[in-house]
Design a protein around this ligand. Structure first.
Ligand code: GRF
Length: 205
């Protein structure tokens, strides 16, 4: 089995990145995490990655004159890693159409809600305010529509009556750490692919 190469983009804590790294260490996982990139030099996840002996580079936005130059540097860093696939894991920067097109069908994201509910920020507070009894996380292909790309996999958690955004966030995050490696494996094995605005599944898992 050829193990595909995966780059992970982060902006902060990197707990999903760490979950991907741990899962990819298991024998039989169809890919390896070869590099971690961050748009922030102070992202805690960079140190976590380095401690796991994974190449981790900061490409700070402030080092570039404009968004296009920053994205070009990001793309160069990703290409230099030889990555076949890009995982966004708490990467907090809006992407241009050029960046999205460059990695079309080869870039996935995890979002902390059951999309299409609650795209954007502050999902746990919004879920509590909306009164939903089920919340969760979604892994999807990245398209130009923020949090709007074809859905690969979802995990649901209950919303308890006494939940706060923090308690709900912790429950969702634990689900994210199980979901993201499963969804990544599905993509790497070719069990799901992006076809325009749809995810096409070759085997149901
Ligand atoms: C996660 O909740 C993820 O779904 C969202 O940003 C958060 C990142 O957390 N996109 P971490 O950096 O992976 O710990």
């Amino acid at each position: 089995m050829t193990r595909k190469r995966v780059a992970v983009l982060i902006s902060g804590r990197g707990s999903n990145m760490a979950a991907l790294v741990e899962a990819a260490r298991a024998p039989g996982f169809p890919g390896e995490i070869v590099a971690v990139m961050s748009d922030r030099a102070d992202a805690a996840g960079l140190e976590t990655a380095r401690a796991e002996r994974i190449a981790a580079v900061a490409v700070p936005r402030k080092d570039f004159s404009d968004k296009a130059a920053h994205e070009a540097a990001m793309i160069a860093a990703i290409e230099a890693s030889g990555a076949d696939l890009v995982c966004l894991a708490g990467y907090m920067r809006l992407l241009t159409a050029g960046f999205v097109d460059h990695f079309a069908g080869r870039m996935i994201n995890i979002h902390p809600s059951l999309l299409p509910l609650f795209p954007g920020l502050d999902t746990h507070r919004r879920a509590i305010e909306a009164g939903v009894r089920i919340h969760g996380a979604t892994v999807h292909f990245v398209t130009f529509e923020m949090d709007g790309g074809p859905i690969i996999a979802q995990a649901a958690v209950p919303v308890e009556p006494d939940d706060t955004p923090d308690s709900l966030s912790a429950r969702v995050l634990a689900a994210e750490h199980r979901l993201y490696p499963q969804a990544l494996a599905m993509v790497l094995r070719g069990e799901v692919a992006m076809d325009g605005s749809r995810a096409v599944f070759s085997t149901r898992s």
